[in-house]
Design a protein around this ligand. Sequence first.
Ligand code: 13P
Ligand code: SF4
Length: 309
Amino acid sequence: MESLKEKILQLKKEKNAVILAHYYQQPEIQEIADYVGDSLGLSQEAEKANAAIIVFAGVHFMAETAKLLNPKKKVLLPDLAAGCSLAESCPPDIFKKFIDAHPNHIVITYVNCSAEIKALSHLVCTSSNAEKIVNSVPENIPIIFAPDKNLGNYINQKTGRKMLLWDGSCVVHEAFSLDKLIALHKEHPDAAIIAHPESETHILETASYIGSTSGMIDYVKQSPKTKFIVATEAGILYKMQEEVPDKILIPAPSIEDNTCACSECAYMKLNTLRKVYDCLLHEAPEIKVPKKIADKAIIPIKRMLDLSK
Ligand code: 13P
Ligand code: SF4
């Protein structure tokens, strides 16, 4: 009997579909994906995808960005409830008032936000190009940065800017425990701590490397070190371990969890292999963006991609 994976691969061929997956997806989804990457890589792949259907194994804002970049394709998200705490922290009506209260500011938004928010922005960035995007704005022009205050703080520190920050955060990256991390590092003093910039400042201060999910994988590959404590969503460990089979990867501990020392994004984990199959079979749920919003939202995304070449 055909396995679910085989059925998906067959259906993918029949329907001329491509599967794009984020590193935080379950390993079995990453295994059947045509491309696995970080938010920037996934946007670039979505833009150039030739297939008729893009199955986006990630969260809503990612699938929406894919739709904006390649509007003629049918973009499917296996579970429509796969949201993001950062995107949810930034309601468009309140954000619009915030912008209006701070005229003359350039608005830079982290890609983890809705299309409505992108439509209110001058520039979009991801964790891998945030510094470059911020540096593209002349120093005398004030900036509003949303929705991630932790990434914003980190970029403020790196660039010396004083960007005005929206008060949003990622529930997963805010759950890392500094005390437990320090205790774990004492047990493994030879390990390098690496962290995603959505983490809080006190976690970032302990890290030898800070970067996007792809950046973290590249770092571990080229580092002479053989042991790493990894402060990001635990799904990354699958691909990272594949890339460095002989190195030791230890997930950074989170505050609440005493049994499993790892952080998982409940939104990312809503997608399952069964849902990938069902969405491909029924060609639903489909991501659609109203034209009025899409026409505006695509502008800052394209600017970001041009600046990232
Ligand atoms: P990157 O993969 O772009 O680093 O983003 C991490 C993330 O939290 C996606 O939601
Ligand atoms: Fe959003 Fe955090 Fe989940 Fe990424 S890990 S999708 S930022 S809640």
